[in-house]
Design a protein around this ligand. Structure first.
Ligand code: UDX
Length: 440
């Protein structure tokens, strides 16, 4: 099938490249000419394992192309995917400016019948409005089908998730549209769930909100574990063995970040609010996350007389490992607060440093390794559980001025920490201090 994709952000690019990989002829459209030129050379604008190689392979066999022109991008296509961003408005609702622009571009340029597939995360009812917008503005007798096909991929494992996903959701009000999208996706071999458009739109928000709820829930349990002397790792393992609960997304830490959970939880609260429904549970999830994100600072304040003038190593900046994405990363809030309290911040991240530089305070100093970051520091805060951090030889922390680790991602086992004269605080587990002979 000949497919055109509007938007080459995370979702659009991965969708385009993987659809080409399973044999479709794909053309990706973006307004950013510089980005398009780079992608024509198979240079991926995002760090995603396996993506560049797959891009190169499909460009070479002419199954994948890039353009800034909607007119040529829509030429002879059977299907157009909308995969543009839906950023957060100030009140938490989803900003549909780019989706509306995509609808306008489709209406102005298509000359034949086409199926429009919505990949962007949009509030319930948006697909119907987009169809209406296109139908009202399109020239000539062109038949438009619209299908909701939300995206569930995770950054860092996007390709794997596409080929080994749990389900593909297809929301359509017509059999014809549903069959077209099912046929496109069939080679992935992933189970397909057919439903109506509004339910498909809701499935995306409800899934992300549920996962965020699991995280905030386990984070609250971890805070209680600390107070009663239980160990969150043992608690999560025991809970996760119950199939009704499931073992995933029970990793306690310093809250969720990224481009989806923070935005989608707030958008769902708004969606409910628009129909006069107070989503109290989800409001709680969002509030718990806010509190959890500053937990390391709270713990640091309990361990030290004052933060001012202290050299603090911040280990990991990306919102999670295996990505250079800094969107809504917990590190942003932590670094901001450290700088506000006049600490000297030395940060390390294996790949997000360049992105971090444009976001974090200019006073932050960047180290090239964990060792360089911690040397001479008064505390090390672990923010992202990169393998480079989890796998480090613990003796490097002995080079700190004060060997104090506050670990927001439970990277090290308590037993291994007991072997070193290092003070170790983590999330929902007892602190390790007994083996430490502190000169303070
Ligand atoms: C998420 C959803 O998983 C995906 O289905 C959706 O399409 C987009 O949003 P992503 O943002 O890439 O994907 O990251 P994910 O791996 O889900 O992690 C999100 C955040 O939750 C990260 O900050 C991570 O550190 C945190 N998290 C995740 C936890 O704190 N504990 C967990 O157990 C799992």
């Amino acid at each position: 099938m000949k497919i055109s994709i509007i938007g080459t952000g995370y979702v659009g690019l991965v969708t385009g490249v993987t659809l080409a990989e399973i044999g479709h002829e794909v053309i990706c459209i973006d307004v950013d000419a510089q980005k398009i030129e780079k992608m024509k050379q198979a240079a991926s604008p995002i760090h995603e394992p396996g993506l560049s190689e797959m891009m190169a392979r499909n460009i070479a066999v002419k199954r994948l192309a890039f353009t800034t022109s909607h007119q040529s991008g829509f030429e002879d296509v059977d299907v157009i995917y909308i995969a543009v961003g839906t950023p957060e408005n100030e009140d938490g609702s989803a900003n549909l400016m780019y989706v509306e622009q995509a609808a306008k571009d489709i209406a102005e340029n298509v000359v034949d019948d086409v199926t429009v597939v919505m990949k962007s995360t949009v509030p319930v009812g948006t697909n119907h409005k987009v169809k209406e917008q296109i139908c009202n503005a399109v020239k000539g007798r062109v038949k438009i089908e619209i299908v909701s096909n939300p995206e569930f991929l995770k950054e860092g494992s996007a390709i794997e998730d596409t080929f080994l996903g749990d389900r593909i959701v297809i929301g359509s009000d017509s059999m014809e549209g549903a069959m077209v999208v099912a046929a496109i996706n069939e080679p992935f071999g992933v189970p397909i769930y057919h439903t109506d458009i509004k339910s498909a739109e809701m499935i995306k928000y409800a899934s992300n909100a549920f996962l965020a709820t699991k995280i905030s829930f386990i984070n609250e349990i971890s805070n209680i574990c600390e107070l009663v002397g239980a160990n969150i790792e043992n608690v999560a393992s025991g809970m996760g063995m119950d199939n009704r609960i499931g073992s995933q997304f029970l990793k306690a830490g310093i809250g969720y970040g990224g481009s989806c959970f923070p935005k989608d939880t707030k958008a769902l609260i708004q969606i409910a609010g628009n129909v006069n429904y107070e989503f109290d549970l989800l409001k709680g999830v969002v509030n718990v996350n806010k509190k959890q994100q500053l937990l390391l600072i709270e713990k640091l304040n309990q361990c030290t007389d004052k933060i001012e003038g202290k050299r603090i190593a911040v280990l990991g900046l990306a919102f999670k490992p295996n990505t250079d994405d800094m969107r809504e990363a917990t590190s942003i809030l932590i670094v901001e607060e450290l700088i506000r309290q006049r600490a000297e911040v030395v940060a390390f991240d294996p790949i997000a440093t360049e992105n971090a530089k444009s976001i974090l305070h200019p006073l932050v100093v960047y180290a090239a390794s964990v060792e360089e970051a911690v040397e001479g520091s008064d505390a090390a805060l672990i923010v992202t559980e990169w393998e480079e951090i989890r796998g480090i030889n613990l003796s490097v922390f002995q080079k700190m001025r004060r060997p104090l680790i506050i670990d927001g991602r439970n990277c090290f086992s308590l037993d291994s920490m007991k072997e070193y004269p290092i003070e170790y605080h983590s999330i929902g587990r007892p602190a390790v201090t007994e083996s430490v002979k502190l000169p303070y």
